[in-house]
Design a protein around this ligand. Structure first.
Ligand code: TEU
Ligand code: CA
Length: 586
């Protein structure tokens, strides 16, 4: 009962704050849910802003930057995990879900952040890593201590296989066997990711209850939502069997064997019912392995989540996630088809999608989706237009709004990301040369998007007064928030303009999505239409001029173009335009 009252109070407070923050000009779109009308922004806490000179971003750094985020139209801030953690995977190995890691600050800093954000109509979104914990989590420490204690069954333990080795030939997502032997229990435990990230046993109701309690603790603190990490892996098959070896190491990738196992939706339904009733929070799942066709049951009208990151498009060039050296060529119509597939699937079921091109596991989108040599400012605007005008809640990865690009460090030793090392070694093991392996690292390393956010042209890009934990991208003198703010033609100002446009033209929030000329090999074009207006968006994703049939623009007026001058029927290289017409035209 008490909990319920707290919740109602939290919802009311949040609603008042939001009302206070939505000044004149803000849209009153038909979407009733706050998170459908806002922009989400991912903060890689470690690399965002450091306030105590230890070279590592912290919660105070976020609180100090709220006005910057507000101007970008961000109403939800997804923080990568900042709980107590040994940081083997930069916080995705959680030792205590109820504590803030001292490196990021204190619980008082978190409370202050939630409060200060709330004053500006911004909600905090916590990253819940529930497929696994850290091996330093007291739950696991107890579990590994013996076969007969209260937590013995909280993780996934199996006896050795017939040959005395690992129970199956599964390869973890970060490389190597997914099993680790524990001499005290004389058994192996399963880890889908690092060996320091043992998988929780969701079959055990006590585990599921403990995770619901964690989420409710954060709901009661007033957060606005959750991102559920690696959620497709929580349900394992009933019988554990060897998979077909798929590489020279004779192992079989765990993803294909355990992702999206039937029965997973029951777990998630129970979780949702234990957490969301009586709140206005949203849940977005990281759902590698869920195909667009399955979106309705995940996020449709009464789906188990509000949104999921469907990731086909970020894997467009990578048929086998484990092998960064094996890439494939792709064409623009394919990319468009992937976006449109999720749009269509959720439209028919009133579902909702997060729109994203980057996150902390992906390369920078300018490098990822545009031709080599593309002008980065024009390119950043083109991609930004896509991000902020599709149907769904856009998720900006920190630095994307500045048009930041990949890094290419010479030696593997300069990298920090543990999965980058594993991919590098895997490539060498498969017979690729060092040069090929390094080229793949440059292209796909997760560190590309994890370099410090570039605030100024001063030392360390204004990120820290100390030594940054990871090097700053060398381009920071030109590409940083302060310089871009002062330059009307910058990527940053383009984002700010688009964010404002979204809030003033409701069809960009609640309008239907319809793709135009899907076969066009250069232009991504679509309409967003509601009862009153129709926006037409055309984006040239190539470095050549492009032509299209201007009939789609009859009666439409130009709202915005990223080129100096524009004309109906043609687009300059990488040009993005937005037109508007009354609803029902054409
Ligand atoms: O990533 C989970 C995931 O599915 C990864 O395989 C992802 O596709 C890959 O990293 C892309 O290179 C999540 C987090 O986003 C990631 O940062 C964590 O390392 C991982 O879970 C383990 O918690
Ligand atoms: Ca710090």
């Amino acid at each position: 009962m008490k909990k319920r009252i707290y919740r109602i109070l939290a919802v009311l407070t949040a609603a008042c704050l939001l009302l206070a923050a939505s000044g004149a000009g803000a849209a009153k779109a038909e979407n009733e849910l706050w998170w459908k009308n806002t922009i989400a922004y991912e903060i890689y806490v470690r690399s965002f802003r450091d306030t105590n000179g230890d070279g590592i971003g912290d919660l105070k750094g976020i609180t100090q930057s709220l006005d910057y985020l507000k101007e970008l139209g961000a109403g939800a801030l997804w923080l990568t995990p900042c709980y107590a953690s040994p940081q083997e995977d930069n916080g995705y190995d959680i030792a205590n879900f109820y504590e803030i890691d001292p490196v990021y600050g204190t619980m008082a800093d978190m409370d202050e952040l939630i409060r200060e954000a709330g004053k500006r109509g911004i909600r905090i979104v916590m990253d819940l890593v529930f497929n696994h914990t850290s091996d330093a989590n007291p739950w696991f420490v107890e579990s590994r201590a013996g076969r007969n204690n209260e937590k013995s069954d909280w993780y996934i333990w199996r006896d050795p296989g017939e040959d005395g080795g690992a129970p199956t030939n599964w390869r973890s997502i970060f490389g190597g066997s997914a099993w680790e032997y524990d001499p005290i229990r004389g058994q192996y435990y399963l880890h889908t990711f690092l060996k320091q990230q043992p998988d929780l046993n969701w079959e055990n109701p006590e585990v599921r209850k403990a995770l619901i309690d964690v989420a409710n603790f954060w709901v009661n603190k007033g957060v606005g939502g959750f991102r559920l990490d690696a959620i497709t892996y929580i349900k394992k098959p009933a019988v554990f069997e060897n998979g077909r070896p798929d590489a020279d190491d004779r192992l079989s990738g765990i993803h294909a064997l355990t992702a999206d196992t039937p029965g997973i939706l029951d777990f998630l339904r129970e979780f949702q019912e234990g957490v969301t009733p009586g709140t206005d929070i949203f849940m977005v799942g990281e759902a590698n392995g869920v195909a667009p066709e399955e979106l309705p049951e995940w996020v449709g009208g009464d789906g188990v989540m509000d949104m999921i990151f469907e990731i086909s498009h970020v894997l467009i060039d990578l048929p086998d996630e484990m092998n960064w050296c094996k890439t494939r060529e792709w064409k623009i119509p394919e990319l468009k088809k992937m976006f449109s597939a999720s749009q269509e699937m959720t439209r028919s079921t009133k579902g909702w999608v997060p729109v994203f091109l980057e996150n902390h596991d992906q390369p920078r989108s300018i490098n990822h989706f545009l031709p080599e040599g593309a002008d980065r400012v024009a390119g950043g605007k083109a991609l930004g237009t896509l991000l902020l005008t599709m149907r769904g809640t856009p998720f900006i990865m920190q630095g994307e709004e500045l048009g930041l690009v990949n890094v290419a460090w010479e030696s593997i030793d300069e990298y920090k990301d543990v999965s980058t090392f594993n991919h590098y070694w895997f490539a060498l093991g498969e017979g690729y040369t060092q040069e090929e392996a390094m080229a793949a690292v440059h292209r796909f390393s997760r560190d590309n998007a994890r370099t410090p956010l570039q605030w100024t042209d001063g030392e360390n890009a204004g990120f820290t007064t100390g030594t940054p934990w990871i090097p700053v991208n060398e381009d920071y003198k030109t590409f940083n928030a302060a310089s871009e703010k002062a330059d009307p033609d910058s990527v940053l100002n383009w984002y700010i303009t688009l964010a404002k446009l979204r809030s003033e033209h409701e069809e960009l929030l609640d309008g239907d999505y319809r793709e135009l000329f899907p076969e066009h090999e250069q232009i991504f074009a679509y309409e967003r239409e509601n009862e009153t207006a129709k926006a037409v968006i055309l984006i040239n994703l190539t470095t050549e001029p492009a032509a299209y049939d201007p009939a789609c623009l009859e009666g439409a007026e130009l709202l915005l173009s990223s080129a100096k001058e524009t004309e109906k029927g043609t687009l300059a290289p990488l040009e993005a335009v937005i037109y508007e017409a009354p609803a029902g035209k054409q």
